[in-house]
Write a protein that binds this ligand. Structure first.
Ligand SMILES: Nc1ncnc2c1ncn2[C@@H]1O[C@H](COP(=O)(O)OP(=O)(O)OP(=O)(O)O)[C@@H](O)[C@H]1O
Ligand SMILES: [Mg+2]
Length: 274
């Protein structure tokens, strides 16, 4: 009798088996999307692996926000199928946390940070009932983004960096498996950009969560990325960093000359060529 390991076997509890069983975080099959008969992008055939930190890039108006809204079930595809975490995209999916573009503009300015985070949990603007279990989760989310000190202030009285922390807390409060963030670094100074990136990286270390982040500047995220979704000539693709962070591809994508630089210490960054 041969008691040796069976080649190709995957016993229960085996990490290889587990990996094979986990559906991709996002699966697009033959997807096109548009408004009023005008196509924004088409031929969406890609998979984003679960557990990654993935940026979404593309020029203004190429349909990055539309892609996120598709995953959130807020926009229906014109054709094809959209699967998120192994199930068809649907509105109000509690497994997804969302930080919208221009977060501060999309919510009332009179509301406090803490109330917003509680809304992220209950999803009900008028149901601000104090439930001890919910309050504990709100406290934990605020602590995770180090926002305890200003969470009682109205959003209108917070700086951009503070608002972004509240935005991330409200998206993380239900312990989502997928976090989608639309330009979370917009309008932040370099210090706050770095802080928000560090915060997201730390949150990923604390619990398994896939992150999809729309950005215009890849550089702050480059050291941490596991892949990139890019919208090129009206079609979305998913690629490895080494394939996407490429002079020719980025120059074509943005329609202006972009150079990829590798420093002596091996760090990678992109810059617009004069
Ligand atoms: N609800 C809508 N109704 C009609 N057209 C829309 C709607 N939402 C988006 N669009 C159009 O779809 C296209 C893509 O918009 P989207 O906001 O997804 O682009 P984006 O890549 O996020 O751009 P930006 O970098 O400026 O945020 C644009 O032409 C936009 O005008
Ligand atoms: Mg957008």
């Amino acid at each position: 009798m041969n008691d040796g390991p069976r080649v190709g076997s995957t016993a229960p509890g085996d990490p290889a088996r587990h990996e094979a069983d986990v559906p991709p975080a996002v699966r697009l099959s033959g997807v096109s999307v548009g408004f009023g008969g005008r196509t924004v992008w088409s031929h969406g055939d890609l998979q984003v692996p679960t557990g990654g930190l993935v940026c979404i890039i593309g020029p203004n108006g190429s349909g990055k926000t539309t892609l996120l809204r598709l995953l959130l079930g807020m926009v229906p595809p014109a054709s094809g199928s959209v699967e998120v975490l192994g199930a068809p995209a649907r509105r109000g999916n509690p497994r997804i946390g969302y930080v919208p573009q221009r977060f501060g503009d999309s919510v009332g300015e009179a509301i406090t940070g803490r109330d917003l985070v509680r809304l992220g949990h209950t999803g009900n603007r008028w149901g601000l009932r104090r439930d001890p279990g919910v309050e504990a989760e709100v406290d934990a989310a605020l602590a995770a983004v180090e926002a305890e000190g200003f969470a009682g202030s109205r959003l209108a009285d917070l700086s951009g960096g503070q608002q972004q922390r509240i935005a991330i807390a409200q998206a993380m409060v239900g312990s989502p498996d997928l976090l989608v963030l639309d330009e979370p670094l917009a309008n932040l100074d370099l210090r706050n950009q770095r802080d928000v990136v560090d915060l997201l990286v730390t949150l990923r270390e604390q619990r398994p969560v896939t992150m999809l982040v729309v950005v215009h500047d890849l550089n702050p995220f480059l050291p941490y990325l596991t892949g990139i979704v890019y919208l090129l000539d009206g079609h979305p693709h998913y690629g490895e960093i080494s394939d996407v962070v490429d002079d020719e591809l980025l120059t074509h994508l943005y329609g202006t000359s972009v150079q990829v630089v590798r420093t002596a210490t091996g760090d990678l960054y992109t810059q617009a060529r004069p």
